[in-house]
Design a protein around this ligand. Structure first.
Ligand code: AGP
Length: 614
């Protein structure tokens, strides 16, 4: 939700800001803006509805000079996406300009107060209210911008990652965060500020992650000055950035999503590297080593997540119950946070999140922590908020996921959860050693089998051609393939805007079957061995109603294949590992349908990569 970048140093700010915005565009892309302070102490603010490329056209030929600047790419929360609501926003005097990612929940109250004192607002945003509040504090309390920002932030509720620059101060940027992420890159006589590290890659490898409710003063010639909004001085913790340029570029693929789909043999291998020891028949999960006993003796294990991560959680819950015999509940983080859940200090809550910044998941963690539970994280983004607020965790190591539709992060999450389930069974002896060995051996083969699945998915383009004009689709699967059905449907909805639903296959006759006619594509994930016959019956029921049958089956399948209009075969594996393979053709199907419909695959409408607001 919105990306922010700021720069101060010896180079021209504008190209660095634009390049940074392009890398952050996955976070929001309905409008963009930039502000630079030039050598004459003039603040040049350019902003426009549309993408970063529209901003570049808009600013072309104008004065973009200056060695200090801030920039923003927006995902609208308050006020429609238009030029006026785009960031940066100026204060009443025109001396301050601010960019903001997040939501100021009490902005209407503040706006009213400022209104009484003669402040007028041009936009409908909470951000314009905030910049004026900061200016008001600066003027009325006669303090500098650093102090004014700190004081003003004590009056706001909500989430923010902000950066401000001020006329007359070409050497200083003030920034702060709560809820929304922020990282500062420290170069040689230069600083970078951004929502995540992608704009900083290639510029410097020294970074500081700003914590919640911290305000920072970045001044050339001085060390970073960090304070909490309660006025407590903090020491910045400088870390080495673990991200390279190659991993955030498209590498010859037309879209990030396609690149990320094709990366999965490698990313799943990376997820298992150093953890799955096929030769020893052993799994080690160093990140949670100290918490293993707590997990095994937990009164309840509750997984909280949103969207695709929630689908991975369902796969994980099935596997942990099946392999380790431990009951696991899965909850939408957004529901969990508000329903006053019963949590005990001996519960273990596992939060799953690709970005590690999802607001609902963070709030669910806070609640679990307040109630004394142990909280573990399964995150992809190293150094993200969730990875920092949890007691311990397991990184998925899938590398940066730029496409808004999650693909490789899902398979990495499932791989982590599969290892966790086997490891718990190893620890509590719920499965015999020989079975554990079999499971580990087969899991080790999964990256190769993902590669084979990708190679066998050529037919997906034909299916995409057949489905591209449909208005609805149903995805059906049983057991571990039920979350695969949900994930397949979510992918199609997100990027092609075709209405799609996923169900456990047996639920079809309880309602959805009424929808089936010759125009309804029904995608079966029919790989489970134990429920295979049941799914065959479901396929027959759809066929009898002339639905179009597309199925994902295990190689060598006969029955479902005969009844299907289109079939995609995946390699044979443990039936519980099917999600790691069967998801791949569904990702590709959604991708090719979206491309054929002319949709913006990497930046689908109304979405943003990390949902840092409620
Ligand atoms: C997935 O394709 C979606 N973009 C979305 O559902 C996502 O999985 C969800 O917002 C959760 O994000 P997180 O994993 O970063 O917490």
């Amino acid at each position: 939700m919105c990306g922010i970048v700021a720069y101060i140093g010896k180079r021209d700010a504008y190209p660095i800001l634009i390049n940074g915005l392009k890398r952050l565009e996955y976070r929001g892309y309905d409008s963009a803006g930039v502000a630079m302070l030039n050598a004459q102490d003039e603040l040049n603010v350019y902003k426009t509805k549309g993408k970063v490329s529209d901003l570049v056209s808009f600013a072309s030929g104008k004065d973009t000079s200056g060695h200090i600047g801030i920039a923003h790419t927006r995902w609208a929360t308050h006020g429609e996406p238009n030029d006026i609501n785009a960031h940066p926003h100026l204060s009443r005097s025109g001396n301050l300009t601010l960019i903001h990612n997040g939501i100021i929940e009490n902005y209407l109250t503040i706006k009213k107060e400022l209104g009484k004192r003669g402040y007028k607002f041009k936009s409908s945003t909470d951000t314009e209210v905030l910049v004026n509040l900061i200016e008001d504090v600066q003027i009325t309390q006669k303090v500098d911008l650093f102090e004014a920002t700190r004081i003003a932030l004590n009056h706001v509720n909500g989430a923010y990652a902000i950066a401000l620059i001020e006329k007359g101060h070409p050497d200083t940027i003030i920034a702060a965060r709560k809820g929304s992420p922020m990282v500062i890159g420290i170069g040689e006589s230069e600083f970078f500020i951004a929502s995540d590290a992608t704009p900083i890659v290639g510029m410097t490898s020294q970074v500081v992650y700003i914590e919640n409710e911290e305000v920072v003063k970045v001044k050339l010639g001085e060390d970073l000055k960090l304070k909490t909004i309660d006025d407590v001085e903090m020491t910045p913790y400088i870390q080495e950035l673990q991200l390279n340029l190659e991993s955030i570029e498209k590498g010859g693929f037309e879209h990030f999503m396609l690149k990320e789909i094709y990366e999965q043999p490698t990313t799943v291998r990376d997820t298992m590297r150093g953890r799955l020891h096929a030769d020893l028949g052993k799994i080690t999960l160093g990140g949670i080593f100290d918490y293993e006993k707590k997990i095994l003796h937990a009164r309840n294990i509750i997984i909280v997540a949103c969207g695709t991560s929630w689908h991975a959680a369902i796969v994980g819950s099935y596997l942990i119950e099946l392999y380790a015999g431990i009951r696991v509940k899965v909850e939408y983080a957004s529901e969990f946070r508000y329903r006053n859940p019963v949590i005990f200090p001996d519960d273990v809550v596992i939060a799953i999140s690709q970005s590690g910044e999802t607001a609902d998941t963070l709030a669910a963690i806070e609640i679990a922590k307040e109630k004394g539970a142990t909280v573990l994280g399964i995150c992809n983004v190293i150094g993200s908020s969730i990875s920092r607020v949890t007691d311990a965790g397991i990184y998925t190591h899938a590398g940066p996921e730029i496409g808004v539709a999650s693909t490789k992060a899902f398979t990495a999450q499932v791989a982590v959860l599969t290892m966790l389930a086997i490891h718990l069974a190893e620890l509590n002896g719920h499965l015999p050693k020989s079975r554990i060995m079999e499971l580990i051996h087969e899991l080790d083969l999964i990256p190769e089998k993902i590669q084979t699945t990708l190679e066998r998915s050529a037919l997906v383009k034909d299916i995409a051609e057949e489905m591209k004009d449909c208005h609805n689709a149903i995805y059906l699967g049983r057991l571990q393939n039920f979350p695969v059905a949900l994930e397949g449907a979510l992918k199609l909805k997100e990027i092609s805007y075709i209405h799609a639903e996923g169900y456990p296959a047996a639920e079809m006759k309880h309602g959805p079957i009424a929808l089936i006619d010759k125009d309804m594509p029904v995608i079966f994930i029919a790989t489970n061995k134990s429920t295979y016959e049941k799914v065959v019956s479901n396929v027959q029921e759809v066929k009898a109603r002339h639905g179009k049958i597309i199925s994902v089956v295990t190689e060598g399948d006969v029955l479902v294949k005969e009844m299907s209009d289109y079939v995609i075969e995946i390699p044979d594996t443990e039936c519980t590992y099917a999600p790691l393979l069967a998801t791949i053709p569904l990702q590709l199907l959604a991708y090719y349908i979206a491309v054929k419909r002319g949709c913006n695959v990497d930046q689908p409408r109304n979405l943003a990569k990390s949902v840092t607001v409620e």
